[in-house]
Design a protein around this ligand. Structure first.
Ligand code: FES
Length: 159
């Protein structure tokens, strides 16, 4: 700020930009930068870890190579489908202990979490699982089997 007109008191006299204007522009620039960074931050938010739930009902065509008593586990499903001389049946592969997904083994299913074992018909071979694996509803439509993961049926029900 000049106190004596015509006389320079500093190298900033006269100021190239009035201090008040500079501070106003700096504040405006900071606001714009904060807005831009917040928009980028929102765009980079993690996406939901869950995807849309699949329908509980789905169709399966059993491979011709499926052996009697061999488990066929459709990709992305927690169901084992079996074919034997009496028909086709499906068993949930969700462990009845704490809900881990059991793995098919030569003699049935083994749970990787706490060691439960199940026979091919879902009965408990080894705890701590408290109940057998539930049998699921299967409907036959020609060579296609419609499986309903949301509906259990009595053990031994085959189509
Ligand atoms: S969840 Fe399968 S044994 Fe615990």
């Amino acid at each position: 700020m000049t106190t004596h007109p015509g006389k320079k008191e500093s190298r900033f006299d006269p100021e190239p930009m009035p201090r008040r204007d500079f501070l106003g522009l700096a504040a405006l620039g900071s606001m714009i930068a904060a807005f831009v960074f917040s928009v980028f931050g929102m765009l980079k938010l993690p996406k939901a870890a869950v995807s849309a739930t699949l329908s509980k009902k789905f169709n399966v065509t059993l491979p011709d190579t499926l052996l009697e008593g061999e488990a066929f586990i459709p990709p992305g499903r927690n169901v084992a489908v079996f074919r034997d001389g009496e028909g086709v049946y499906a068993i949930s592969t969700i462990c009845t202990h704490l809900g881990c997904i059991v793995k098919a083994s030569g003699t049935g299913f083994d749970c990787p979490c706490h060691g439960s074992g199940f026979e091919k018909d879902g009965t408990v071979r080894k705890g701590p699982a408290p109940k057998p694996l539930p049998w699921l509803k299967v409907a036959k439509n020609g060579a296609v089997f419609n499986i309903d993961e949301g509906t259990t049926v009595k053990s031994g029900t085959k189509v």
